[in-house]
Design a protein around this ligand. Sequence first.
Ligand code: BGC
Length: 801
Amino acid sequence: MKTQKTILATLLPLVLLQGCKQSSTDNIEAPKTYKEQAEALVAKMTPYEQVSILVGPGFAPGPEGFSVNYSALNNLKSDVPGTVGYINGVHNTESGLDIGAVKLADGAAGVRIEPTRAGDNNTYYGTAFPVSTLLASTWNPELVELVGKTIANEVKEYGLDFWLAPGLNIQRNPLNGRNFEYFSEDPFLSGVMASAEVKGAQSEGVGTTIKHFVANNAETSRNIVDNIISPRALREIYMRGFEYAVKNASPWAVMTAMNQVNGHFSGQWKDLNTIVLRDEWGFKGMVMSDWWSGDGNYPEMIKSGNDLIESGGKAWAYRPNEVGALDQLNAAYESGDLDSSTIKNSAVRVLTQSLKTPTNQGYEFSNSPDLHAHASISRAAASEGIILLKNTANTLPIDSSLSVASFGINQINTFKGGYGSGDVNAAYTINIADGLSKQFILDTDLKKRYEMFFFENKSETDFQGLSTIVECAEPPLTSNEIESYINSNDIAVISIGRTSIQGTDRTNTPGDYQLSTDERELINNVSAAAHKNDKKVVVVLNVAGIINMDSWQDKVDAVVLAYMPGQEAGNVIADVLSGKVNPSGKLTQTIPVSYTDLPSAANFPGTDTDSDGKVDTHYYNEGIYVGYRYFDTFNKPVSYPFGYGLSYTDFEYSSALMVQNTLNTKQSLGKVTFSVDVTNIGKVAGKNVAQVYIAAPAGRLKKPAIELKAFAKTKQLEPATRQKLTFNIPAKWLASFDATRNQWIIEPGVYKAYISQSSDVDGVDPVTFTVNNELVVSKTTAGALALPGSMIASDFETDFH
Ligand code: BGC
């Protein structure tokens, strides 16, 4: 189905020329930039038209829940069911303005729209890609860029304009219900992955929206909680990935977070949305609010530099009696509370992005993206992210001639992704049992038993119209039955699943972060029966986030962390178990021995300070010591370190070198360059990720023992072949934040660079480089991002030293 080509593309030049004095030089003038076009158009708008493009049309509550408030939606050229928000257009016959409304689609694991439409036999499925954590676990930015490009192609071909992704909040604590939508506990890795995805998506001419700015690290009380974070931790941990993405990939938009930071709603804080984002980092795009966020003071949002209020209208869900955003802004304009230049500036920023979109470029969408080709990209991306955590005595790969007894209800109830706005309406999900049965001789009787149990016992619940939550208990299997399945097969696979949902955090309880009693029994019984017969047990984790490993992993021979692999889940997992794909994924978060070992465990997800039954305040007591920065600095044991992941082959590093150090000559524009030779010393081809961790000399600022500053992945290396990898670390990304002087600095001394296969750098010989004098890499705004009142970091940050 083709839609009518919008006439805007032909109209726009005419619109711009109206009222302009023609001269003989007009024909040779450089084409106007989108910003210049936006300025010219905004100048032709009435103040009320300018305000109208700063507020989405919102949703109206109806008998069947929320539906788009079409009466407030201006100049929609074509609609796409499942669109989660719009940027209003403008249509004015008098001034000749005809700007189409822009359609926003959720992500991050694909494009989420309604797959079916009333009275239409066609389907509109999005491809479900691996969740962001699994994508990041590939440590392969080129692959992530391709995924971004492919998703954006679906956004474009289904007639949408903006993709509300990627999310890059820090995985501060594994219980955050939206961790699956985020990349890592490390800001640099998060920034690199977000940049790759943004670049890929925007190369299709579709806008991206990096989110949620900033510190949306838990879902409990997500629309009110106040996260108290020191300026240093904010800049070094929670904002740094955003800074990296803004500077390296120029996303068209940034979405503010729901939560408060240091006493201010993110979407209403000038320090974030103007002072740091625009003035310091040079962000040129538009800022939009998260849906219904803030306390309802919409003029304050605009004044803070948040240009677009989404979803607009009234925040029915939270503040049903409030005056809606459009009315508030108009009133503020009329009273002079919101001055016309502030309105104009935001209108220009919104329109600059709107004009670039497929809708306003007159793109003729096909409604038929190549879903078949995209499924292959999803499969390839997922298989490169899967992490082999344990593989005793080469249990894996499993030879295709072996017969497999597959246990665990998750082999049928397989999770392609997490629930909520990050869910994708995909045409299918290959479950683990079906995937395994294509590559192995699977015990069909056992498979049927699980299928039947699932069919008879599953429950399905709607989650806010966004997802269908499917749950099912483990079927009862006696130890005799288990033993007989083990006896009649060569190897056992147990699949354990965990999903999670936007708006709710996970808990450190059985069935969630811990194994349930049924799962524990299943692992115990299968392992006991298998080991009695000299057979092996493999556990596959199809999980939204990590779970405790320490209490059970000794009982099994191999563990594969598959996270949520997208719609090809079963095929992808079978590819890794069979050795068709040699795993090369690496952890992007630390797996602690016990949940309570995490420095954030004591305060997550915050405190109910006024005893009204809701968490309202969350102190980030651990400061900059998040993830491996804590475990490595304070020598705490972990189950698996950040950056870790096994392969079916082995790699050896040699000739690790510091190639060049221009920090002392070029100062803040300098960089340090390293190289290493990576050789495949095993028997099968594979890829390897080399990671560069920097240890700074003792100085004025306390610093983590090591920090990831660069990484590179080899191509597929055949046995006995070698590849030289090169790493550049620019001064900016080496620096630490000195909050007392408002500066990013590199302190003098001898630095060590560990080129390592994980953040466990024990036994790695570092290469060194020297910084002669302190370098001030950049200056920041005094007083920005301050803690509330007269609070200082040491009032609440734990001194672990
Ligand atoms: C989520 C955003 C999402 C938006 C639109 C909000 O609840 O936090 O990430 O993009 O809804 O669906």
